[in-house]
Design a protein around this ligand. Structure first.
Ligand code: SF4
Length: 432
């Protein structure tokens, strides 16, 4: 977008109808503060993005005449849920009225309107198209679901993945599995050793928000895992199987079963990548899985500062240092290591966080940062972890530039890479 143009603020009538307010330019939010956004930080809302009205919240904008920042009194604030492969640079800016409901577990990126188009403050960080909404063929998904359920009639995990994940939660990974391509999800653990404030698979009774999916209720066997993962690795393009999904607790609590399944899988095929998405809490279990044949690990985190991490993860019987150790162990075993970095403008791009990130990258030999959007109500999150002032900020884009310059070997993205990118040309073209 050219420098001169700034989108107008959006508001809703509370009935699901969204309008632009041409008396106000849209701004962004970082931490607790509203601020003007560079015109170059706006992109058209990518396909697959959604717009949300935010009940009990009034949008903040810049008056097109006075240049003063003020509230939009015409309706509720509006934010965007940007699609995978894109990272938000600013959150929606609004003032929350007393008694406003806590927002559900989605990301709330700044949005605006200009020249008959919606705009958001974001960048595309990933070239892989595995979760492009245009790529999902409902008929192929339904046919694939039927075929998998018929092919594995006694497999509880296939039943869970197809009936719950694919057909109920519309999980992008489960839908790709039904279409016989790319990354196949392998949830295993009904339990977790953390108590994340924004957990998407479990929310305490007394919380007003709900988890976006239910946690797995059984422990699959290695036989159930091997039965469908070997054919997937053998036949899918760019095949990956990934332990650790949004519909379960912590997979490292099931490391023995995962170890046994990996050993058995590798007896049948050497194809593809075997990955685990984890909270990284058990470095010894990671070592055992490396020995078994695990070649990729992604550790999720809201921060690489101990005090901020532990206030959010509320870990049972492990500490922040354990996740750092897990990254080191995986790297020492020659494995690919990523962090699933929950990007929160105003926290992720603070100078203190940046310094801690540089230290982590140096100490662990990290392979990749997956710059993910933090799906959480900003006020609720900052309130829960006791943040009143976010300190000096760099800006998310500037942070990425600094990290890329200092660590040119470090890869940026949004998804776990297939073995073709891990061992070959990482910047390969993804026009599958
Ligand atoms: S580590 Fe994952 S499953 Fe466990 S509490 Fe956190 S988000 Fe939930």
């Amino acid at each position: 977008m050219t420098a001169a143009l700034t989108p107008f603020l959006l508001y809703s009538d509370g009935q699901g109808n969204i309008f632009e307010d041409t008396s106000l330019y849209a701004v962004g939010r970082s931490g607790w503060d509203a601020m003007p956004v560079e015109a170059t930080d706006w992109i058209e809302l990518p396909e697959g993005g959604n717009l949300y009205e935010l009940p009990g919240r009034k949008g903040i904008g810049i008056d097109v005449i006075s240049g003063e920042m003020r509230l939009c009194e015409k309706g509720w604030a509006v934010a965007a849920f940007i699609p995978p492969a894109h990272t938000g640079l600013y959150m929606a800016a609004y003032e929350t009225e007393p008694g406003a409901p806590t927002l559900p577990l989605f990301c709330y990126t700044a949005a605006g309107w200009l020249n008959d188009q919606f705009f958001v403050t974001a960048i595309r960080i990933e070239s892989d198209i595995r979760q492009e909404c245009a790529g999902y063929d409902t008929e192929k998904i339904e046919t694939g679901t039927d075929l998998l359920l018929k092919s594995y009639p006694h497999n509880r995990l296939v039943k869970h993945l197809m009936e719950n994940c694919c057909m109920t939660y519309n999980c992008p990974a489960a839908r790709n599995f039904a279409m016989g391509r790319w990354e196949c999800p392998v949830p295993t653990s009904p339990a977790c050793n953390a108590n994340c404030i924004g957990c998407i698979s479990f929310q305490p009774e007394d919380e007003t928000i709900v988890s976006t999916q239910d946690r797995l209720s059984f422990r699959p066997t290695a036989e159930e895992i091997v039965e469908f993962t070997v054919p997937h690795l053998e036949s899918a393009p760019y095949p990956i199987i990934s332990f650790g999904q949004g519909c379960e607790g912590e997979p490292l609590l099931m490391w023995e079963t995962i170890r046994d399944s990996i050993i058995e899988i590798r007896k049948h095929t050497q194809k593809g990548s075997i990955n685990i998405n984890t909270n990284g809490s058990k470095p010894d279990a990671v070592k055992a899985l490396c020995k078994a044949g695990l070649n990729s690990m992604r550790v999720s985190t809201n921060s690489v500062q101990k005090h901020i991490y532990e206030k959010y993860y509320l870990p049972n019987n492990y500490v922040f240092e354990d996740i750092v150790e897990s990254l080191k162990v995986m790297h020492q075993c020659g494995g690919w290591t990523s962090i699933n970095y929950f990007v929160f403008p105003g926290m992720t791009d603070s100078v203190k966080e940046y310094e801690a990130l540089r230290k982590l990258i140096r100490e662990t030999g990290l392979s990749m940062i997956q710059w993910r959007n933090f799906n959480i109500d900003p006020d609720w999150y900052l309130g829960k972890i006791g943040i009143t002032d976010t300190g000096e900020l760099l800006g998310v884009k500037q942070l990425m530039t600094l990290v890329r310059e200092e660590f040119p070997q470090l890869k940026f993205g949004y998804f776990n890479p297939p073995i073709e990118r891990i061992t070959g040309n990482f910047e390969m073209d993804f026009a599958h």
